[in-house]
Design a protein around this ligand. Structure first.
Ligand code: PHE
Length: 341
């Protein structure tokens, strides 16, 4: 076979191989095979040496043309591979913007947050402002300024988590009363919602972490009548019906007189259940008139100023509202529970 013939064959062979290439890598390999330094064309051209000068010229020219041709095959195929790649991608990744999507799951506010916001609305509509305070408090703000002396047995009423630096996790939002007395000028009305902590055994009606809303009104001539009126307004707005209440004497060092306001258990309608410990009543709301010592401690003249305070337990309120019989649901993160609200 003449060299010319061999080159012609090589071009055909190369064209077929290039067209059959399916990827860039395969293409590069074929290119290398035919026109690379150690490729087939190079080895065919080794036969050039034995040719006459005239033949060398024409065959050499042909070899150059072959090189150019094969290169153009390769580039044409490269373009084709690229186009096919994008065509496939377009087909597979087509996004149908009209297709209906799976239903979107929306979160809801925790029932305790919901009731907190409602209570904030009720109280702001009665002219109260909302105060905040830290969860880690000083002994002074949580106890001392509230008339709990160092050795006061009432400190044992609230089992406390202490921090290493001698502070504590507030056991009640009453710590914010102290901040209010220190920072505001009477007359004032405030509520203070917040998370509180007690070192308690957890059961159906006790948690170590729970929520309260503290309330405090200080002014001239504030009496128990103001307290009762405010509490009744609040409860009827929260429960959207009349709720049976009773006042019992209650002891808290920072109020005098102090009360426990009970409502009839709405879980069992007063018949007796695990939530109300079979009594039919639920301790809902401790309250009382601000103790003169607390006012004096804040450098307020207790002859001039008086006030009332109350502490609302939000967990229990939500349990009453929805008939929930176990406080542990609130912190459980159980979606079957939470999705109901
Ligand atoms: N801070 C008290 C408690 O958590 C409740 C309370 C608040 C009592 C205000 C009286 C007045 O136990």
């Amino acid at each position: 076979m003449s060299l010319t013939q061999e080159i012609e064959n090589l071009i055909k062979e190369a064209e077929a191989a290039v067209i059959a290439s399916k990827s860039d890598e395969e293409l590069d390999q074929n290119k290398n095979n035919f026109i690379g330094k150690k490729g087939k064309l190079t080895s065919v051209l080794k036969g050039l040496a034995s040719l006459s000068v005239e033949e060398k010229k024409t065959t050499g020219k042909l070899a150059n043309e072959a090189q150019v041709k094969i290169e153009s095959f390769v580039e044409a195929q490269r373009k084709k591979i690229k186009e096919e790649f994008y065509e496939v991608k377009l087909k597979n990744e087509f996004f149908d913007s009209l297709k209906s999507l799976p239903p979107l799951e929306r979160g809801t506010l925790h029932p305790i947050s919901q009731i907190q916001y409602e209570i904030e609305d009720i109280f702001t509509s009665m002219g109260f402002s909302i105060m905040d305070g830290p969860e880690v408090e000083t002994d002074e703000n949580n106890f001392g300024a509230l008339n709990f002396t160092e050795d006061h047995p009432a400190r044992d009423m609230q089992d406390t988590f202490y921090t290493k630096d001698g502070n504590l996790l507030r056991t009640h939002t009453s710590a914010i009363q102290v901040r209010a007395l220190r920072n505001l000028k009477p007359p004032f009305r405030i509520i203070a919602p917040g998370r509180v902590f007690r070192y308690e055994e957890v059961d159906a009606s006790h948690e170590n972490t729970f929520y309260q809303v503290e309330g405090m009104v200080v002014g001239e001539g504030i009496s128990i009548a103001h307290l009762i009126y405010t509490m009744e307004t609040l409860l009827s707005r929260i429960f959207r019906r009349e709720v049976k209440t009773r006042l019992r004497p209650g002891y808290f060092p920072f109020v005098e007189p102090g009360f426990e306001l009970d409502i009839n258990c709405l879980v069992c309608e007063g018949k007796g259940c695990s939530v109300c410990k079979q009594s039919g009543w639920l301790e809902l709301l401790p309250c009382g008139l601000v103790h003169p010592n607390v006012l004096e401690h804040a450098k307020l003249d207790s002859k001039k100023w008086s006030g009332f305070a109350f502490g609302l337990g939000l967990d229990r309120l939500v349990m009453m509202r929805y008939g929930i019989n176990d406080i542990r649901y609130f912190q459980s993160g159980n979606l079957r529970f939470l999705n109901q609200f």
